[in-house]
Design a protein around this ligand. Sequence first.
Ligand code: NAP
Ligand code: MG
Length: 494
Amino acid sequence: MAKDDKKDNTLKLKFDSARNLAPAPESKSIAKIKPQYELFINGSFVKPESGKYFDTINPATEEKLSQVAEASPADVDKAIKSAKSAYQKVWSKMPGKERAKYIFRISRMIQEKAREFAVVESLDGGKPIRESRDFDVPTAANHFFYYAGWADKLNYAFPTKTPRPVGVASQIIPWNFPLLMAAWKIAPALATGNTVVLKSAETTPLTALMLAELIQEADLPPGVVNIITGAGETGAAMVSHPDTDKIAFTGSTDVGKIIQKAVASTHKKVTLELGGKAANIIFDDAPLDQAVEGVINGIFFNQGHVCCAGSRLYVQESVYDIVLRKLKDRLETLIVGDPLDKNTDIGAINSRGQLETIQKYLKIGVQEGGEIYQSSCPLPKKGFFCSPTLFTNVSQSSRIAQEEIFGPVLSILTFRTEDEVIEKANNTPYGLSAGVWTDKGSKIFNMTTKLRAGVVWANTFNKFDPTSPFGGFKESGFGREGGLHGLMPYLHLD
Ligand code: NAP
Ligand code: MG
């Protein structure tokens, strides 16, 4: 038997055994999903003025999970007025150390309900339970915990200033990290003395509504946090409302631009966390197995539904063949399937619309001359799923190297020198994150100063911590969330 055949057989055995693991599903019984949810306004769950509801489904089965209220502009007005009243009468006057107690309580209660949050997150959004359980939910609790610690120390955070809250924060979040994005937004706003109206994304409202129930149980004064559900028009009504003092938006660059136009020449403070097209860069002196693992994690983690996903890979020419072979081998061991199964690496695409967007880009990639390689892992018959995909023979100007796909699709390009790869990595409209894989510290320092990205990871990828600021350059937005920097957008500092 030739050496390569032998290797192929060994790999085949490895793939088959990975795919034939006995199912290890997390029980759904812990998730107490109600058939219908109302709007959380002024401390109570209230019916929408619109009288309208819309369905949220499980993208892995296409089954309806629940129906949630659609907030009209009249509901938005009610929520913002309740936030304004709570701001003026209670929250802005409460000493920081008292506010901190509530925020700590929210953190602890998320930890107590962690398992239920994780199951509901995976059911509603399609992400593997391993991620919702090990990343989303603990990181959300950590954010509340971290910002609770700042609430009574704002004068120390900004020693030469007099920090004052801004007022009512309208916060709009996307569907890729529903609970975590709610935590990123609500925790710093409360710590700095602001009140909140938060809108979740249409396809993933359930964990935000569970958070509303938890906040009610935590006895937060009514109106300090209001959580509403609805469509793009609901978000637009929040942005244009005259009593909104601060807008915190995470979502697409297109909607970010609409928001920026809408608030031009108003008093509203804005932070925008938008799209990305991150470059992961492998130099020939990098620990290659570690780098390949980081690249796989960087793009296939959460089905590629990650703004900072490493969706472009730049490999130094001398190690291109070996890196490509390792990537293809690793792709074959990934398991695509039931998000609730603990063996699953890649869960369901969040919606039919997003799956169609990804499929459109797969076609564009091929039409542009890219060579496509997809894992042979079988896909479930029902639900929205996509095979992990590699594209080689991609040019720098290809649309799949320039535009955000937001799916498990990696475009692979090559380079020869440091200067060349810096030029290529920076050559997109985005600048959210990047990754560098090398054995040399000096190369890391050179790259981190020249890559125009808000976060540059070195010999790792997709690592998050509440103490560390996150945000974009260029069309990836502005303002920072996380860390001490994350307090600033919620304060007047004069
Ligand atoms: P999206 O379409 O921009 O939606 C984001 C949120 O905005 C949703 O709640 C959406 O409501 C709402 N919305 C839609 N139109 C609006 C309008 N005219 N005014 C105000 N709000 C409006 O983005 P998405 O498709 O949900 O999320 C994916 C995008 O988010 C990607 O581009 C990704 O890169 C980005 N993202 C960025 C970060 C970051 O930190 N930089 C993090 C996560 C995601 P509906 O759900 O009802 O449409
Ligand atoms: Mg859903």
